[in-house]
Design a protein around this ligand. Structure first.
Ligand code: NAD
Length: 264
């Protein structure tokens, strides 16, 4: 099979376990010959991330908390030392207090607003700043977003506001990094049952709603998100930058499902 990522090296942030979207992406990249580095947040996750990385032939596993400048500095110092330069970065990191991922957006506190923005939005910029000097021409960055950035989804609340800012960041970063030949894009994934998603109120209802109303009448898998990330991170996506690409079984295109379709 064609090895779309042969000779390419990249960093994946946001792997927590084998349900993570980052895992679907890592598998697709590995299958196409990419060399991978991973970060984990906190010692508790190391015991999950290390064996997953090893199963994809990687022993390059680094701690990283995106709220900590030093911790981010150390990640890129390690990359510079081991690889010199690199080709791609996957940002699959988000956090909000789950007490505010239920009920009303109206109730959002300043503390959680700022923390959610910091971890889920600013981190892409902070990491891109550090990545830029090390990235090869033809490089590519992908982040993960959700339709709650564009339209109101139940309980998504402050995370929707952070994702809207994240999508705007993608466009600004695409311009700022474009002159060095680096592309920046987002994948807007449909709902998937992961650790992060389990913090969102009534998540099972969101999954069911999507399944019933998406054109494909089902939910996406992490492997499907992986396939789309492979396209954006490889040279297949060479002409694409600043884009928010929906991988959601078509859900975002639907205004209303007709009576016939609903009863099918
Ligand atoms: P996940 O729980 O597997 O991954 C979230 C990751 O964020 C974890 O690895 C966690 O360690 C990391 N993280 C949180 N705070 C951090 C910090 N301070 N420093 C470093 N890392 C930190 O869940 P996931 O659903 O795979 O989430 C990955 C991305 O996909 C997130 O941006 C999420 O918003 C996005 N997304 C998820 C869905 C979905 O339905 N699951 C849909 C669209 C977009």
């Amino acid at each position: 099979p064609a090895q779309l990522m042969a000779g390419k090296r990249g960093l994946i942030l946001g792997l927590a376990n084998d349900k993570s979207i980052a895992w679907g992406i890592a598998k697709a990249l590995h299958a196409h010959g990419a060399e991978l580095a991973f970060t984990y947040q906190g010692e508790a996750l190391l015991k999950r991330v290390k064996p997953l990385a090893e199963s994809l032939g990687s022993d390059f596993v680094l701690p990283c908390d995106v709220t900590d400048e030093n911790s981010m500095d150390e990640v890129f110092a390690a990359i510079q030392e081991k690889w010199g330069t690199f080709d791609f970065m996957v940002h699959a990191v988000a956090f909000s207090d789950k007490e505010e991922l239920k009920g009303k957006y109206l109730a959002t506190t300043r503390d959680n607003f700022l923390r959610t923005m910091d971890i889920s939005c600013y981190s892409l910029t902070a990491l891109s700043q550090r990545a830029a000097p090390l990235m090869n021409e033809g490089g590519s960055i992908v982040t993960l977003t959700y339709y709650g950035a564009e339209r109101v989804m139940p309980h998504y609340n402050v995370m929707g506001v952070a994702k809207a800012a994240l999508e705007a960041s993608v466009r600004y970063l695409a311009v700022d990094m474009g002159n060095q030949g680096v592309r920046v894009n987002a994948i807007s994934a449909g709902p998937i049952k992961t650790l992060a998603a389990s913090g969102i109120g009534d998540f099972r209802y969101i999954l069911k709603w999507n399944e019933l109303n998406a054109p494909l009448k089902r939910n996406v898998t992490i492997d499907e998100v992986g396939g789309s990330a492979l396209y954006l991170l490889s040279d297949l996506g060479a002409g694409v930058s600043g884009e928010v690409h929906h991988v959601d079984c078509g859900y975002h295109t639907v205004g209303m499902v007709g009576i016939d379709a609903a009863e099918e």
